[in-house]
Write a protein that binds this ligand. Sequence first.
Ligand code: ATP
Length: 410
Amino acid sequence: MSRSPSLPDRPHRDIDPDLPDDERIEALRGHYEDLVEVNEQLSDQLEEADQRRQRLHERVDRVERENETLKSSSLYIATVEDVLDDEEVIVKQHGNNQEVLTEISSRLADRVAAGDRVAVNDSFAIQTILDAETDARAQSMEITERPEVGYEDIGGIDEQVREVREAVEQPLAEPEIFEEVGIEPPSGVLLYGPPGTGKTMLAKAVANKTDATFIKMAGSELVRKFIGEGSRLVRDLFEMAREREPAIIFIDEIDAIAATRTESKTSGDAEVQRTMMQLLSEMDGFEARGEIRIIAATNRFDMLDRAILRPGRFDRLIEVPEPDRDGREQILEIHTRGMNVGDDIDFATLADDTEGYSGADIESLATEAGMFAIRNERDEVCHQDFLEAVEKIENDDSSDVISSAGYFYQ
Ligand SMILES: Nc1ncnc2c1ncn2[C@@H]1O[C@H](COP(=O)(O)OP(=O)(O)OP(=O)(O)O)[C@@H](O)[C@H]1O
């Protein structure tokens, strides 16, 4: 950019008041001429500045117009299949799988590699390389080929395990039984109950048992993190499951997308509605005897829109409650299996001491007890460590309440 020219010096003449009149007039005339000259210089500079301002205005207008065009023209998503040399690549457009040989601008040439997801324009010129952040599909789903959770890792909910096996595992493992009897297996299974009671574990254990891919999507994230993309991601979820059959689709916190319709008509609600409609239509067009099973989970059964519970949708409801005394004892045993525990541990009394604990709470309790052993320089965890862990967890819980209340009333 050109720098502004410096201002001319201000003309200055010392005129002696005692000079004879004609000499003073001559000096004043000289001063006047200096002033005229500076004035001319300033006028020229002003005119130049005006012209520069005009040019900058035109440039801003042009950039704004280009920006608008860029914003309004749609780009397509493609994957780079092969980089042939520095200037040419083969891309495959998503959706229609069309393969195209395209040139690449020097700006992007050394940054593109095979496998990258890119945005291309109408003429397939690569506009940007999409980073992992933009890859909502990958981010919104957790895919595990074969989760490492078995039924033996789940304690205190034997009846629920049996029901899930019957409703989800059996149709996958022995679809012919359903055909012979002439009934459709349940389309979707809804697990409901308090947090940390083993709902996700149950879904993973079925996937493990049936050698199925486990694909998890969290309803709350669809609504909070991937605004505007919910229905597309739900479609992608089912597409992904079809590509990887046999598969278990697990939709956690389904209440976030399937809550009872409220009166308010905000755009956020409309978006959530669209996501739910997409889910319902995917389920309605679903082959119940196929190799994909759907499990959803919620802690807020009361909030659910009854439309999702209709036959052919989530038509098998299984409550997963907080563990009872025997359940807590079983879960304590499960979570101490890999620990070096002393003979003095009495799981039965610990189960009495942990009323109201969920499975997840018991898992943290075991870790906390282990920490006490380490702190006391022992490599064996004893009963007292568990008692101290219970005390610590209970104190932490009450301080949490206090601090959150404090924050609330600040
Ligand atoms: N019944 C259980 N038996 C053994 N461990 C359990 C049980 N329930 C929970 N846990 C422990 O708690 C952790 C969290 O459990 P999980 O994610 O299955 O709970 P969830 O019911 O899906 O919770 P949320 O509703 O918060 O998603 C598990 O990894 C496991 O270690």
